[in-house]
Design a protein around this ligand. Structure first.
Ligand code: ADP
Ligand code: MG
Length: 379
C-alpha cells in the first residue's frame, strides 16, 4: 500500500500546541508517523486521539501554499455541507480556521487508494467491481442530492476502508468540489479535474454540472473492471487523450474484457454517453441491471426489471435482463452502435503514475489547438 513511516519534523505535523483545543493537545502521531498517502495538495498520516488510544484517525496536512490553502478551505466547507454518509469520508475536526485550515482530522481508511488496489490486483473480477461501483454511485447520488459535485472522482480519490477487504470504499478529496446554492444544482464553466477522467463537455469548455461525476465514475468503473483506462492518448499524450474523450473513442478490447459480461460493458457505455442529457444520473444508474443483479445467480434473476431513467437514457430499445444489450447512443453527430470488442488494438494501460488534478492550469480547447496553459481558480 506504500505506507511509510517518517520521523516527526518541525514544525510539528499536528500544528502548534498553543491551547487546550489545539489538534496537538487532542491527537498524537507517535515517534514515527505512519504516512497513509499523498496527493497533490496534502499528505495524510495516521493519528490517534489522546483521550482514547484506540481511536485512530487520518490527519490530512495541506501543503503551505496558496493553492493548497484554497483546496483546504473548499474541502472543509463541502464536507460540512455533506454531513455524514457511509461512503464519504467524514471530517472529525479541523485546525484553527484562521487564516485557513491547514490540517483536517478525518475518519481513517486503512486500505489506501483504490488506484493502488487496482494495480495490485491487475483488475477486479466482475462481482467485486460491481460492489465497488455501487458504493461509488451511492456516494455520488448522495452528494448530488445535497447539491455538491465532486469534479475529481478517480481511483486516487477513492479509499479502501481496510487492508484486507477490496470492496468497502469511501470517496475522499473534495478540494475542487462545488456546492450549489440551496435548492439548485451546481453548474460551472471552470476547467477543473483530472485529465483521463474529464467529461467531454468539460473539454469542450461548455457549462457543465454533476453529470461530469457520472462520466468520471464510468471511467473509474472501466478502470476497475479492466485495469486500463478507456481514453488515453499514446504515452499519455494530452491532446490525443482529449480527442479520444470528445470523440468517445470507447473500446472494450483486450483480455481483460473477455470474461466480462455484456451487461457490464453496457453499464460503462451508458455512463460514458457523450450527450449528458442521455447520461443517467447517479441515482438512476444505481438501477442499471448490472448493479442490481451482479453476483446473483442468473437463474434467480427476474427478467422484468427495467432500467428506467427519469430522463431518457438510451435512444434505442429499453434494456432488460432478458435481451442482450444492443445499445444505441449518440455522439454530437448521428447515433451509432456501441463499439464492440475488436481485440485488434492494444488497450491503454493503467498509468503507472497517479493522474494529477489539473486545477486547471490549462484550457482544453487550447490543448486541442496546441496552445498554452492558463490559470483557473476553484469556482
Ligand atoms: N481519511 C483518509 N484515510 C486514509 N488515507 C487518506 C485519507 N485522506 C487522505 N488520505 C491519503 O492521502 C491522499 C491525499 O488525500 P486527498 O484527499 O486525495 O488530497 P489531495 O488533494 O492532496 O489529493 C489520498 O489519496 C490518500 O492516499
Ligand atoms: Mg487526491
Amino acid at each position: 500500500m506504500g505506507n511509510i513511516f517518517e520521523p516527526q519534523c518541525t514544525p510539528s505535523l499536528l500544528g502548534p500546541d498553543d491551547n487546550e483545543g489545539s489538534l496537538k493537545a487532542k491527537y498524537e502521531l507517535g515517534m514515527f508517523p505512519k504516512r497513509l498517502g499523498q496527493g497533490q495538495f496534502s499528505k495524510a498520516y495516521e493519528c490517534s486521539s489522546r483521550d482514547s488510544h484506540e481511536e485512530a484517525y487520518a490527519l490530512k496536512v495541506f501543503f503551505q501554499d496558496a493553492d493548497a490553502a484554497d483546496h483546504a478551505k473548499n474541502e472543509l466547507r463541502v464536507l460540512r455541507v455533506l454531513g455524514h454518509h457511509p461512503r464519504i469520508i467524514r471530517v472529525v475536526e479541523c485546525d484553527r480556521e484562521e487564516p485557513f485550515p491547514l490540517r483536517l482530522v478525518l475518519e481513517l481508511c486503512r486500505g489506501g487508494q483504490l488506484f493502488d488496489r487496482i494495480k495490485e490486483r491487475g483488475r477486479y473480477d466482475e462481482q467485486d467491481a460491481c460492489a465497488v461501483t455501487r458504493q461509488i454511485l451511492e456516494a455520488v447520488a448522495f452528494m448530488h442530492g445535497r447539491g455538491v459535485m465532486h469534479r475529481d472522482l478517480k481511483p486516487e480519490n477513492i479509499l479502501l476502508v481496510s487492508e484486507d477487504n477490496d470492496i468497502d470504499i469511501k470517496v475522499c478529496d473534495f478540494g475542487i468540489a462545488k456546492v450549489a446554492d440551496r435548492g439548485f444544482m451546481p453548474r460551472s464553466t471552470s476547467f477543473l479535474g483530472s485529465d483521463y477522467y474529464l467529461a467531454p463537455e468539460m473539454i469542450r469548455q461548455e457549462e457543465y454540472g454533476p453529470e461530469v461525476d457520472v462520466w468520471a465514475a464510468g471511467v473509474s468503473t472501466y478502470a476497475v473492471l479492466s485495469g486500463t483506462l478507456p481514453f488515453m492518448g499514446e504515452g499519455g499524450d494530452l491532446r490525443q487523450t482529449y480527442e479520444k474523450i470528445v470523440e468517445r473513442d470507447l473500446k472494450f478490447d483486450g483480455e481483460a474484457w473477455e470474461d466480462k459480461s455484456e451487461l457490464a460493458m453496457d453499464f460503462v457505455s451508458q455512463m460514458l454517453l457523450v450527450q449528458r442529457d442521455k447520461r443517467p444520473n447517479a441515482a438512476t444508474a444505481l438501477h442499471h441491471p448490472w448493479l442490481v443483479h451482479c453476483g446473483l445467480d442468473e437463474d434467480t434473476v427476474q427478467p422484468q426489471v427495467p432500467f428506467r431513467s427519469q430522463r431518457p437514457l438510451i435512444a434505442g430499445p429499453q434494456l432488460s435482463m432478458g435481451s442482450p444489450p444492443s445499445v444505441i447512443c449518440s455522439t454530437r453527430q448521428a447515433p451509432y452502435m456501441l463499439p464492440q470488442r475488436t481485440g485488434d488494438e492494444a488497450p491503454a494501460s493503467f498509468p503507472s503514475v497517479r493522474t494529477d488534478m489539473i486545477a486547471r492550469k490549462i484550457s482544453a480547447p487550447a490543448v486541442l489547438n496546441g496552445s498554452q496553459r492558463v490559470g483557473t481558480s476553484i469556482v
